[in-house]
Design a binder for this molecule. Sequence first.
Ligand code: NAP
Length: 242
Amino acid sequence: MNRFSLEGRKALVTGANAGIGQAIAVGLARAGAHVTCAGRRGCGETLEMIGGGDELLLDFADPMAARDTFTGAGYDILVNNAGIIRRADAVDFTEADWDDVIDVNLKALFFTCQSFAKAALAESRPAKIINIASLLSFQGGIRVPSYTASKHGVAGLTKLMANEWAAKGVNVNAIAPGYIETANTEALRADTERNQAILERIPAGRWGQPEDIADTAVFLAAPASDYLHGAVINVDGGWLAR
Ligand code: NAP
């Protein structure tokens, strides 16, 4: 048996229309999984890249949006990738920017995990949850208070859920991406000085690609990682090692 194969598995990836989520959806499909691409808008481009799969509209502005998604649907793998960021000085940060980010990045992530795990546990089906954390699960960042709070929360919840579900066959782990080339980081790369400073700080000397994250996600979704529980894996070109 190939312990890195996802043949016969059914996966759902949130925020799969672009960036890291799109690469993860494609990576899981290449490894053999049937992938449902979930997002607040269509995932046509991703489905084309995969050459199959399903699409599901889920808007996590309602953090309970996935409450009815998993019961009886037979999912083995859940990737919580959808996320947003708001930037402002801490002294000026608004309640709306706090609530919006916490709702999508943290509250929706928890209740989507809960709904997925409930279905898997009820059917005694082994399952894998992969949460997308951040360097700001470990560092403070600057001008992004709700993002930092949400991503620290993602790391904590990943461990909590692993503690509760590991013995029941549900693996919960997270990936903390470093600086990855997506629409999310376009402004940083466009700022020559900031880009240079970031590159100098990354031991690998390059930005990460969404595929770097996808490959780790395939590992965390596959039988090869069956003994991994509650880990937050940095895929950051060495940033946190420095
Ligand atoms: P992105 O291209 O902006 O992707 C974010 C995804 O989340 C998009 O598909 C987006 O959909 C979706 N999303 C946002 N709000 C949503 C909502 N209310 N309901 C459903 N889906 C929603 O950025 P990315 O860089 O690929 O980020 C993906 C994840 O990686 C995020 O959790 C982010 O925090 C994390 N991350 C990224 C980096 C990086 O360097 N890029 C580093 C660390 C962590 P729309 O296209 O409709 O907005």
